[in-house]
Design a protein around this ligand. Sequence first.
Ligand code: DAH
Length: 339
Amino acid sequence: MKEQLENIKVHAVQDLENACSMQELENIRIKYMGKKGELTSVLRGMGALSAEERPIIGQLANEIRSFIEEKIESSKQVILSKEKQEKLQKEVIDITMPGKKHELGKKHPLSIVLDEIKDIFIGMGFEIAEGPEVELDYYNFEALNIPKNHPARDTQDTFYINDNIVLRTQTSPVQIRSMENSKPPIRIISPGRVYRSDAVDATHSPVFHQVEGLVIDKNVTMGDLKGTLEVFAKRLYGDDTKVRFRPHHFPFTEPSAEMDVSCFVCGGSGCRVCKGEGWIEILGSGMVHPKVLKNCGIDPEEYSGFAFGMGLERIVMKRFGIDDLRLFFENDMRFLKQF
Ligand code: DAH
């Protein structure tokens, strides 16, 4: 039996020398010291030994068990540190590799022109106001004197969230919110996204941008409207620019007018940009309707005001000679880099 034990020791040492993973170590432990292990079965057989032999063999068996346990433990340390070393080597980062370059962006043409428009109005004492894009039907239509069944609703194909909530079809609801939230004098412009259920083509998109304007004070007249918008046109297109107002109709203004500017390409003689007209339409405007003032708790006998609204995309397209509105929303750097 002594010989058997010595053999076990020799074999265990050999096995351990060849082991190179934690799994192999565990297999060795089971092979010798598991429930059915070689050493375990020797210990089980000790009952058959004589009284003199038993303590001697018992002591030897215990020594060998501790010996194997220690060997396993030290092999474990060796394997762990080897594995760690391999992992570190595999995960080495080559800090001399060139980095991935991010392409630098450019200011979007819509932002370029919008910033100019903002600067012009801020220079005239206006503030920038904002309103929600998901808007109550009341603010988008009702309070602006566009009741349900009004034909103006048909021309602005609306995305309805439910009966009372829409995606705003215009920036005009910000007028109402401004008048509700502050007392006159009010001088604001409100740029932002608007939505209409239009099919996409070269001149239509379900999302586009408008800039709204509103002035409310005592004794504001149509003369103030014309003077303010003429200054705006000259600042945006140059001092030679002429403006003309054509009568129009909007439910929230009375009287209402559309404003054209003399073509900034041909100066009025007619060209491709103005389609031979000499004039380019850039905005709608008018004196705020007394009903709209009343809806906002402002007394039309005491106060008056004017409002205007323009579509940003159209203005930017004319400005840069862009013939397809879809280019604004495609984020193609080859397009954006040109401005
Ligand atoms: N909201 C109008 C539209 O989307 C534009 C507009 C016209 C706004 C006249 C105004 C205005 O404030 O006075 O067609």
